[in-house]
Design a protein. Structure first.
Length: 242
């Protein structure tokens, strides 16, 4: 996640590939800011609404569930769409505007033989390899990847805002899960599966594969699913909705 494993050379200041340039633009600690914004955008309005007991007029099981669904579903979808569009715009700038005008920025010859460099790039950017080394496909997959994870984080934040009474804990729930998952997965699976090391694109500090890189997202999805089931089953009996 932190910029480039095959990054700019210290001697000639060039990149090994255009995916490395793209990763340098959209990767790194900046995505942690996106995570924080996604949680805040999705969770804060619901935290305020629950504090004001806005949904107190909801009395029946059907109206409670309908309100929960309408309030929750659009938030992660909106966050995912915004993040995906931002990644697409960055890809358009890097591959569509910078690449044709800055050919000297990328010099694979400074990193080894062509076949060796190609294998290194595929290993560090599996989404690029999965797209058949297509720049357009790589950007689209990157946008979907980042948007999906941002949407899951927003979904968890929204669910936590309705389930957890403490406002601070509700907003921190995604961060707590990410930190816990990062520590656990790094110790059991390896650094490649840690969401705080590699998430926007599978790559970053160590080569990874798509299966290992998808583990944090699957974990987040399972947690969100469990929270949604509990909320939909218990909401009509919860004091917060009565």
């Amino acid at each position: 996640m932190y910029a480039l494993r095959i990054g700019p050379s210290t001697t000639n200041a060039t990149y090994s590939s255009w995916p490395a340039v793209f990763q340098d633009v959209v990767g790194g600690p900046a995505f942690l800011v996106v995570v924080a914004l996604a949680a805040a955008i999705a969770g804060m309005p619901l935290v305020v609404a629950m504090r004001e007991r806005w949904p107190a007029h909801l009395r029946t099981r059907a109206t409670v569930r309908r309100w929960i669904a309408s309030e929750i579903l659009w938030r992660p979808v909106a966050v995912a769409a915004v993040v995906a569009v931002c990644i697409l715009v960055c890809g358009l700038v890097v591959f569509g505007w910078v690449a044709p005008r800055s050919s000297g920025l990328v010099d694979p010859s400074g990193y080894g033989e062509p076949d060796e460099v190609a294998r290194m790039v595929d290993g560090s950017y599996p989404l690029y390899a999965a797209a058949g080394r297509s720049s357009v496909g790589f950007v689209v997959l990157s946008a979907l990847w980042a948007g999906l994870h941002a949407g899951l984080i927003a979904l968890m934040s929204a669910l936590a805002a309705l389930l957890i009474r403490n406002r601070v804990l509700a907003l921190l729930a995604p961060a707590v899960l990410l930190i816990g998952a990062s520590i656990g997965l790094e110790l059991t699976v390896g650094p490649a599966a840690s969401p705080l090391i590699t998430w926007v694109h599978p790559g970053g500090l160590l080569p990874s594969n798509l299966i290992a890189a998808a583990i944090p997202g699957l974990l987040l999805g399972l947690v969100c699913g469990a929270m949604a089931v509990v909320l939909l089953r218990r909401a009509p009996q919860m004091d917060r909705f009565s």
